[in-house]
Design a binder for this molecule. Structure first.
Ligand SMILES: NC(=O)C1=CN([C@@H]2O[C@H](COP(=O)(O)OP(=O)(O)OC[C@H]3O[C@@H](n4cnc5c(N)ncnc54)[C@H](O)[C@@H]3O)[C@@H](O)[C@H]2O)C=CC1
Ligand SMILES: CC(=O)N[C@@H]1[C@@H](OP(=O)(O)OP(=O)(O)OC[C@H]2O[C@@H](n3ccc(=O)[nH]c3=O)[C@H](O)[C@@H]2O)O[C@H](C(=O)O)[C@@H](O)[C@@H]1O
Length: 464
C-alpha cells in the first residue's frame, strides 16, 4: 500500500490525467484531480467521466465515495497542504506553425511552483520534445521558494497506454521514469510502484522524453509503410490488403501493418513533429532522417485524400454528380479499442468531401450526437441492429471510416435491399468480405485494395 502521507495531485483530467487519477486512487493513494474546464469538472464532481474506459466510472465513484478522490478547478481553490506529488498531464499540442505549444504546461508548472514544499515531487507526464522537462525545471527554479534541485524530486514519466484500454494498461505496461537526479529516479519508481507492475528507471528526463517520442514515431512510420505498400500494390492492380496479409502469414519476421483511411487522435499526428523538433542542427544523415520521419507523416496525413479520391471515382463511375445521400460509419479517430475521441479524426475530411455531393449522415456508437453534428454530418441512430439504418433512409454510398468491429456485422443482403441502385460501399479499413460484397452487386472499393474487379483467384495458405 502507498504511504498514506503521500497525497497525489494530478493536473489535467483528460484522457491521460483522469485514467491516471483513477488508477492512483484505486491503488490506495489519496488523489486530488485538478481540471480547469468547467463542464468536465462539474461532471467529474458528480462521478461522470467525459469518456469511456472499462471500469473508469465505477472506480471514480467508488473512490469519491470513500473520500480518496476529489476534483477541483485549480490549485488555488483546493487544499493542497497534504499534497506532496504533483503530476502534470496537460495537453501539448502543436501551434499553427507546427511548433510545440507548451503554454498549458508552463501555466501548470507556474501554478505548482508557488505551493511547493521541501521534499515535494513534480512529475511531467505530457508528451513533450526532448529537453522540455528541463525547461520546466528552470521555471520552477525561478519561481519556487524551495531550494531546487536539492529539495525537489523532479522527473518525466510518460503515459504509454492506448485510449480505450488505458485503465488496464496503466498496470501492465512498463512505466518509464526519467529522473533529474538519482533521488528523483528512486522517488519516481516508488510513486509508480503501486500502479505499474514494471518500472523502467532512466537517468535523465531527456531519456524518458525520447523513449516516448520513439514509441509513437516508430508506430507512425510503420503505419506509413503499410499505407505506402497499399498504394504500390494498387498501382500494380494488386490487392495490397491481401498481399500484406499474405506477406505476414506464417512469417514472424514480418509485421507489415494494414493500409487504413487515416491516422488521427491527439498524439500520432503530433508526436513525430515533437521528435523532429528535438533535432537542432540537421545536416547530412540527420537531415535525411528528418525527411524520412516527415515523409512518413505526409503519407499518413494524405490517407484521407486517398480515400476521397476513391470516393470521387466511385461516384463518377456510377454516374452520380449531386443529390447523393451518404452514410459514414465510424467518426471517432479509431474504432478499436473504442473511443469517443474525434481529435484529428480522418472522418472529418471525408464528411466534407461527401457534403459537396449531397446529404451526409454519420453513425458511431461511441461518439456523442453533438460531436458528430460539429463535423457537419447528421447524427443517425440504428434501432435494434446496425443494418436498420438502411431501412430508415435510402443511401447511395456508405463509407466505413474507422475499424469498430460493429461494422463487420452489416447484413449485406438487407443493406443491398435498402440502398439505391448501383449502391457503393467504400471500406476504409477492409472490414467486409470483398467477394461477397461484389457478388451482391455493390460497387466496392477498399483503401489499399485493388481497384479493378479484383476477383481473388486463389488465396490458400497450405499448412499441410
Ligand atoms: N490521449 C492519449 O491517449 C495519450 C496522451 N498523451 C499525452 O498526454 C497529454 C495529455 O493528453 P490528453 O489527456 O489526451 O489531453 P486532453 O486535452 O484530453 O486533457 C488535458 C486536460 O488538461 C486540462 N488542463 C490543461 N491545463 C490545465 C491547468 N493548468 N489546470 C487544470 N487543467 C488543465 C484541459 O482542460 C484538459 O481537460 C498530452 O501531452 C498527450 O500527448 C500520452 C499518451 C496517451
Ligand atoms: C506506440 C503506441 O502504440 N502508441 C499508442 C497511440 O495510441 P492511439 O490512441 O493514438 O491509437 P493508435 O492505435 O496508435 O491509432 C492512432 C491512429 O492510427 C490509425 N492506425 C492505427 C493502426 C494501424 O495499423 N493503422 C492506422 O492507420 C488509427 O486508426 C488511429 O487513427 O498513441 C498513444 C498516445 O501517445 O496518445 C500511446 O500512448 C499509445 O500507446
Amino acid at each position: 500500500m502507498p504511504d498514506p502521507d503521500t497525497g497525489i495531485c494530478v493536473i489535467g483530467q483528460g484522457y491521460v490525467g483522469l485514467t491516471l487519477t483513477a488508477a492512483m486512487a484505486q491503488s490506495g493513494y489519496d488523489v486530488l484531480g485538478i481540471e480547469r474546464d468547467e463542464e468536465k469538472l462539474s461532471d467529474l464532481q458528480q462521478g461522470i467521466p467525459h469518456f469511456d474506459e472499462t471500469g473508469l466510472k465505477e472506480t471514480i465513484r467508488t473512490q469519491q465515495k470513500i473520500g480518496k478522490l476529489r476534483f477541483r478547478k485549480s490549485l488555488e481553490e483546493a487544499d493542497v497542504s497534504d499534497r506532496s506529488v504533483y503530476i502534470l498531464a496537460v495537453g501539448s499540442p502543436l501551434d499553427e506553425n507546427g511548433e510545440p505549444d507548451t503554454s498549458a504546461l508552463e501555466s501548470a508548472i507556474k501554478s505548482v511552483s508557488t505551493i511547493l514544499e521541501p521534499e515535494d515531487t513534480v512529475i511531467i507526464r505530457s508528451t513533450i520534445s526532448v529537453g522540455t522537462s528541463r525547461e520546466m525545471l528552470e521555471i520552477l527554479k525561478r519561481e519556487a521558494e524551495i531550494d531546487i534541485p536539492e529539495e525537489l524530486y523532479f522527473l518525466h514519466a510518460p503515459e504509454r497506454t492506448v485510449q480505450g484500454d488505458a485503465l488496464a494498461e496503466i498496470h501492465n505496461l512498463p512505466q518509464v521514469v526519467g529522473g533529474y537526479d538519482e533521488k528523483s529516479v528512486d522517488r519516481g519508481a516508488e510513486v509508480f510502484s503501486h500502479t505499474a507492475d514494471v518500472i523502467i528507471e532512466v537517468d535523465s528526463p531527456e531519456a524518458a522524453e525520447m523513449i516516448k517520442l520513439f514509441d509513437n514515431t516508430y508506430r507512425d512510420i510503420n503505419i506509413a509503410i503499410g499505407n505506402a505498400f497499399g498504394e504500390i500494390a494498387r498501382q500494380n492492380d494488386l490487392d495490397g490488403q491481401r498481399i500484406i496479409k499474405l506477406a505476414n502469414a506464417g512469417y514472424d519476421r514480418n509485421s507489415i501493418m494494414q493500409p487504413g483511411a487515416g491516422v488521427g487522435g491527439g498524439c500520432l499526428p503530433k508526436d513525430p513533429y515533437l521528435l523532429m523538433n528535438s533535432v537542432d542542427e540537421a545536416d547530412g544523415l540527420l537531415d535525411s532522417v528528418l525527411q524520412f520521419i516527415d515523409t512518413s507523416r505526409n503519407i499518413n496525413e494524405s490517407m484521407p485524400d486517398v480515400t476521397n479520391a476513391i470516393i470521387r471515382d466511385a461516384l463518377t463511375e456510377t454516374g452520380r454528380e449531386d443529390g447523393v445521400r451518404s452514410l459514414v460509419l465510424g467518426v471517432a479517430f479509431k474504432g478499436r479499442p473504442g473511443t469517443n475521441d474525434i481529435r484529428n479524426t480522418p472522418a472529418e475530411p471525408i464528411i466534407s468531401e461527401l457534403s459537396a455531393y449531397g446529404t451526409v449522415d454519420a453513425y458511431d456508437p461511441l461518439v456523442e450526437d453533438e460531436k458528430i453534428s460539429s463535423l457537419n454530418a447528421r447524427s443517425v441512430e440504428p434501432d435494434d441492429d446496425l443494418t436498420s439504418l438502411f431501412e430508415k433512409e435510402v443511401y447511395d454510398i456508405v463509407v466505413i471510416m474507422n475499424d469498430n468491429p460493429l461494422f463487420e456485422n452489416l447484413d449485406l443482403h438487407r443493406v443491398k435491399e435498402g440502398m439505391a441502385k448501383r449502391p457503393i460501399i467504400i471500406d476504409g479499413w477492409n472490414l467486409l468480405p470483398k467477394t461477397t460484397v461484389k457478388q451482391l452487386g455493390f460497387y466496392y472499393d477498399v483503401v489499399g485494395g485493388q481497384k479493378s474487379s479484383g476477383e481473388t483467384k486463389r488465396e490458400t495458405l497450405r499448412t499441410d
